[in-house]
Design a protein around this ligand. Sequence first.
Ligand SMILES: NC(=O)c1ccc[n+]([C@@H]2O[C@H](COP(=O)([O-])OP(=O)(O)OC[C@H]3O[C@@H](n4cnc5c(N)ncnc54)[C@H](OP(=O)(O)O)[C@@H]3O)[C@@H](O)[C@H]2O)c1
Length: 267
Amino acid sequence: MELRSLGNTDVMIPEIGLGVWKYRGGAEPLQRGVELGAFLIDTAEMYRTEDAVGQAVKDLREKVFIASKVSGSNLRHDDVLRAADASLRRLETNFIDLYQIHWPNSSVPIKETMRAMETLVDRGLVKCIGVSNFSVGQLRAVRAAMSKYPVVSNQVLYNLNSREIEDDLLPYCQEHGVTVIAYTPLDDGRLAVKSRFRRSQGMKVMEEIAAQVQKTLAQVALNWCTSHANVIAIPKSDSVTRTEENCGASGWRLSEEQMRRLDEAFV
Ligand SMILES: NC(=O)c1ccc[n+]([C@@H]2O[C@H](COP(=O)([O-])OP(=O)(O)OC[C@H]3O[C@@H](n4cnc5c(N)ncnc54)[C@H](OP(=O)(O)O)[C@@H]3O)[C@@H](O)[C@H]2O)c1
């Protein structure tokens, strides 16, 4: 598994992590993923999977990087502190490696939220602060609102079928050392399965490239994400076999020509 720096820090994270939204797989897929080097697990208070993550990593906590999120409805100062406390209890741990604001909320002053997030770091309950679903303008505001610690990541929708971030958000994050955590990197599985009916031009090209490099569609789709500077991907799978497959998206690279063909085929 190839590693990347988290933001501008010296913390190293895997380029493929494990998402657990709607996760029902129990301990085994997560433990197998960690064993294969996908040691970042992404959950959220909203997902109701923090307890499953806590159970799965109980005996390997020091090997795992836990990312969780405070909901956009909990961004008042005291609500952030309470939400973190509840997440820590469900995760059965005494710190969260990366605590992210799940969605921006314009009705709460960002300075108030970030003051609480920084307090969590001061208290050792959170190691790093991130955001999710933030635009360039919102990222600028959050960076300006922080006085002690950096924003290390922005978790956003990114896959071959959803490339809006390429206009301005991805370049901004690359320029300012903010890791992009690509969510729904398999487009909810659509990029990972061969269509039996009419295939799009994109899927035809992806099948050709998968055959060339002798990888699966999921592995090509994930490698396309992580071939971009500063980007890691967090596919979700309930299955051990598919988790193993997704981990096999690391350790090799699509060529520049293959990247160009995919970029052009998925417009
Ligand atoms: N911050 C946010 O607002 C936000 C929003 C959405 C998601 N996320 C995060 O991103 C993670 C991943 O996104 P996602 O769950 O929306 O979508 P995804 O990872 O793109 O796709 C998950 C779907 O693909 C299937 N799948 C996984 N690996 C596969 C493979 N190798 N071959 C075939 N099918 C495969 C899964 O089925 P099986 O489970 O049956 O394998 C599941 O149905 C989430 O779990 C969550 O942590 C964050």
